[in-house]
Design a protein around this ligand. Sequence first.
Ligand code: ATP
Ligand code: ATP
Ligand code: MG
Ligand code: MG
Lengths: 255, 255
Amino acid sequence: MHVISVAIPKGGEGKTTTSVNLAASLAAAERRTLLIDADTLGASGISLGYTADQVKSGLYDVFNYTHSLNRVIYKTELTYLDFVPSNISTVQMEERLLRLSENRTVMRIALRDIEQQYDYVIIDCPPTLRGITTNALCASDSVIIPMRASHFSLDALMRIMRYLKWIREVANPQIYVEGILLTMFEPNTKIAEITGRELRARYSKFLFKMVIPKNSTLAEAAFYGRPALLYNINSKGAQAYFELATEIVARDTAS
Amino acid sequence: MHVISVAIPKGGEGKTTTSVNLAASLAAAERRTLLIDADTLGASGISLGYTADQVKSGLYDVFNYTHSLNRVIYKTELTYLDFVPSNISTVQMEERLLRLSENRTVMRIALRDIEQQYDYVIIDCPPTLRGITTNALCASDSVIIPMRASHFSLDALMRIMRYLKWIREVANPQIYVEGILLTMFEPNTKIAEITGRELRARYSKFLFKMVIPKNSTLAEAAFYGRPALLYNINSKGAQAYFELATEIVARDTAS
Ligand SMILES: Nc1ncnc2c1ncn2[C@@H]1O[C@H](COP(=O)(O)OP(=O)(O)OP(=O)(O)O)[C@@H](O)[C@H]1O
Ligand SMILES: Nc1ncnc2c1ncn2[C@@H]1O[C@H](COP(=O)(O)OP(=O)(O)OP(=O)(O)O)[C@@H](O)[C@H]1O
Ligand SMILES: [Mg+2]
Ligand SMILES: [Mg+2]
């Protein structure tokens, strides 16, 4: 089982869009995939069409020690894709979750239950590093860092790279960077050029070959509660995420 | 003194871009303005060209009771704009700040020191509701809610509207919604149409008349560490934020 966190301590970089569409693409390639929504807003759930009343339990309940992971797994429209909603519906639950996640091993221990059931686990993280993201990083084999072309994103990238060094030292020596993924990419703009230059100079060995283009289908699909490949498989967005999934599967098959 | 928080519990909606460019526009209109960066990443600081080594103290130190607010105020290129950096440079400081901000009155008490010095205080909030954002809302007269056209943003809008009811009951009866501001707006797209319809149906009285268009100058300006009106005053982005500032000043003058 390959556990991948999708994280960067900056908002709006495409973490949820990447998690949902990568998980859906892996499922389309018939890899047994579990998507876990660790984001307080529950954006992955929205992207798959789950409404608050359909979700009775989720990741919150695993951290609250009232449910095992197996009991909070929901089916999706895709045969090979299952889903764990976040189920963090109030600010008070958010506060409690933050305290419960100070124990960095909750997620890692919970994932042991399902080791034989899935080939891939994708964890959609909130835009912070501490708390539940730390839990996810301690439980992961690798991390995908989605980012837009922007000055803020480069700073956020630096922060998570620094943080991963600390995670490796204190909690999870094996975690590696699966790759840095440029999202909402608009070529031939000044910010794309500056960001690209900076990334090639400092992080070239971590950059994925492919980028995710800015593509309205990806944002529209979330309105209709479906991953892009079920909403419009011919869109550039769906194709780009399918390419990402193929790249990750190829790496795993090779090693 | 009019204190305005810029907040929504979703990442990447334009909180920092709005805070920086609104504050700069108010300063250009010769209102004495203080911009406070309450975001852990320090994106407002980046937008004004501050690098980590230039910042010796900031909001963190006010919450840590080592500095009064007056001692963490920095000058900017604009005569009427001062700035308080966040100065939250490590995850450990972030953890500590979260605990310190459980006392909801720290920011309100700190702002009393400067009541005679400024006409406007703008607070750039992180993409969560608890912790420092709660502090900011308890200290504010009003709140601007920036949002993109997206399903996630509508959910996040509902959450903050619900939270504001609670804040009014338990901590700050006077806080009102200054307005909902559509950012990175691209007309004639399906998501703009769906989001617009939803907003007009449920929140029409809160919507600002103007929207902030998607405009690459706004993202580029952050690379050069300047507000858009200093980077390229003729850009649509700079003009739109100047219009927003004019609207807010007009409301205050009228009442
Ligand atoms: N490639 C793309 N093209 C166009 N829009 C996109 C693309 N990727 C994401 N979006 C849109 O950009 C916004 C931000 O993306 P998303 O919510 O996935 O980011 P995030 O990092 O998960 O945000 P948060 O920090 O709040 O968790 C959403 O409205 C989403 O629909
Ligand atoms: N009107 C606009 N046109 C084009 N790009 C924009 C616009 N407004 C913001 N951006 C860009 O979109 C990204 C997100 O904006 P910003 O960082 O201001 O959002 P935020 O809500 O402060 O994010 P966070 O949740 O991380 O604090 C940034 O890269 C910014 O440069
Ligand atoms: Mg997300
Ligand atoms: Mg911000």
